[in-house]
Design a protein around this ligand. Sequence first.
Ligand code: GDP
Length: 340
Amino acid sequence: PNSKAGDGKPRLLLMGQRRSGKSSISSVVFHKLPPSETLYLETTTRIKKESMHSFMDFQVWDFPGHLDYFDPAFDVDNIFEEIGALIWVIDAQDEYLEAIMRLNTTILNLQHSYPNINVEVFVHKVDGLSEDYKGDTFRDIIQRVQDELSDHGYENAPVSFYQTSIYDHSIFEAFSKVIQKLIPQLPTLEALLNSLCSTCHIEKAYLFDIMSKIYIATDTSPTDIGSYEICSDYIDVVIDVSEIYGWDRPDDNDEKDDTSHSEIIEIGNNDAESLITMERKGNNYLYLREINKYLALICLMGDDSPAEKKAVIDYNVGVFQAALKQVFPRAERDVPLPEE
Ligand code: GDP
C-alpha cells in the first residue's frame, strides 16, 4: 500500500551521513562483497539508484550524507512518492548527535507529507561496541528520536530501530524485517508456511530471496536464535549465489549461449525439476527447495525427522509451491526484467 511505483514494487531508500556505512551495507547485502573489503570502498558522493535483481526489484538509493534532502532544488515528491521504507543508517561508533538531528528533521518532514513511509533506523557498526555500551547507545538513540516525535505530537509514527553490523547476520535479519513490512501478501505466506510446518513436523521454515539471503517470510513459531544463520549458510553450500547473480545481469539477456551458468541454475529455472536437497546437519535436518528463480524454501527439522519422510515433505512443499505461484505470479517469468 505504501508503494506508488508504477510497477507496484516496494522501494527502499538508504540514507545517512557520510561514512555511516551505506555503501558497505548495499555491497554486502546485494553484491556479496566480503565485509572486510568494504574498507576499500569509496564513500558515497552521489545519489545512486540501483535495481536489485531479486524477486522484488527493490531499489537502494544511496544518498551522500552532506546533501540536504529537503532543499527545494530536490524533487522531493519524485523521491518519496515511490518508496515504502526509508532506512536511516547511524554510525554507532561515532558521535551521533548530528545524525539524530538530521534524522529527526527528516522524520518530522515525512510525517507531514508522507506519513505512511516506514522509517527504519539502523544503529549500525555495533560490532565494535561492548555489550553494555551497545545497549546504552541503542536506548539513547531511541529515546532521543521518540522524545522529539512526542514533542511534536507524533506518538505513533512508524519508526523502528535495529542494531546492525555487516560483520554478522544482523544486517540481513534487519533487512528481512524491513522488507516483510512491505509485502502485502505476508499474512498469506505465513499461513502457508505454518500449515506446511505443522503437516510435516518442520521446526522452522524460511522463504529466502536467494540472491540477497533476505528472508521474505517465515512461519510464525518463535524464532530460535541461530536458525536463520543455519539456513542462510545452507544456501551458500547448496547454491552458488554468485552464479545466480550473474545469471540475471542485463547483459546476459541472450538465453542459451552462456556457458558460465551452473547446472543447478539451469535446472532451477524449470520448476518441474527444481533443485531439492535434504541433509543432516549436526542435530538437524535441512531441506532446501528452489521455488522459482528468485526464491528458495529452507526448512529446519529436528533429529526425530527421519529422512524417509522426505516424500511427504516433497509432496507438501509441492502444494506450497503451487499456492505461492498464485501469490507471486510475476516471479515465474523466466526473462530478466528490463533495466530502468
Ligand atoms: P557511506 O559513506 O555511508 O557509504 O559509508 P561506507 O559504506 O563507505 O563505510 C564507511 C566505513 O565504515 C568503511 O570503512 C566500512 O568498512 C565501515 N563499515 C561499514 N559497515 C560497518 C560495520 O557494520 N561495522 C564496522 N566496524 N565498520 C563498518
